[in-house]
Design a protein around this ligand. Sequence first.
Ligand code: TMP
Length: 236
Amino acid sequence: MEKRELLYEGKAKRLYKTDDSSLLISEYKDDLTAGNAAKKGIEKGKGAINCKISTRLFTLLGEHGIKTHLVKTIDDTNQLIKKVDIILIEVVVRNIATGSLTKRLGIKDGTVLPFALVEFYYKDDALNDPILNDEHCIMMDLVKSESDLEELKRLGRDINSILKKFFEERRLNLVDFKVEFGVDSEGNILLADEISPDSCRLWDMDTNEKLDKDLFRQNLGSVKVAYKEVLNRILK
Ligand code: TMP
C-alpha cells in the first residue's frame, strides 16, 4: 500500500491518502497536548507505544464483534484504516468520577459510579469540546437520527464492558475513556481514531497510580514509562 499525500494533521496523528481511495494511513505522532493544545509536549517513542496499544485494543474489540476502521497495522507507527466520515461527537464513558465530571458536578474524585455513564461532547477544539445532550446532537445534525445516538450509547457501553474486564485482568482500573466513530461508504458506524492512554484514564488497581495522560496534564512526570507499563500488561 503506497502512502500518498497528507490529508489531515491532528494533535496526535497524521492521516495520509493511499493508492486505494477507500483506505487511509494513520500515523501516530510523539506529540502530547492537553487543554486543547494549550499545553504541548513531545515524548520520543510515545506514538509507537500508542500505535501498539491501540492495535491490541481494536483487535480485541473486533474479536468481540465491534466493527472498527482498522484494516492492519503496517509498522511501529502506521495503521491502514478504512476511510470514514467522522461523527463530530466524542463519546466518553466513565466508571469512576474524575476530571471534568468532578469539576462540573462536584462529585468527589474517585467515586465509583453506580453505572457506566455515557456522555457526548462536541468535537470542536475552538469551542473546547463542549458537552452535548441528545437534542443538541439532533439539532446540530451531528447524526442522522435518534437511533444513531442510541447506537453510539450502546457501542460505548459494550466497548466499556469489554475493555474494563480486559484491563481488570491486568490489574488496571479503566476509569474513563473517549472514543470516536465514523460512517463508512455503506452507512455502517465504525469505531475510529484510537484508544490509548492519551484517550483513557487507567489507574493501577493495587496502588491507584495513574498510568495515563493525566501525568502530562498535571505535570506529574514522563508519560512514556507509564504507557510502556500499560503496553507490557496488555500484551500479556
Ligand atoms: P474529561 O474528564 O476531561 O472530560 O475526560 C474524560 C475522558 O475522555 C478522559 O479519559 C480523557 C478523554 N478525553 C479525550 O481523550 N479527549 C477529549 O477531547 C475529551 C473531552 C476527553
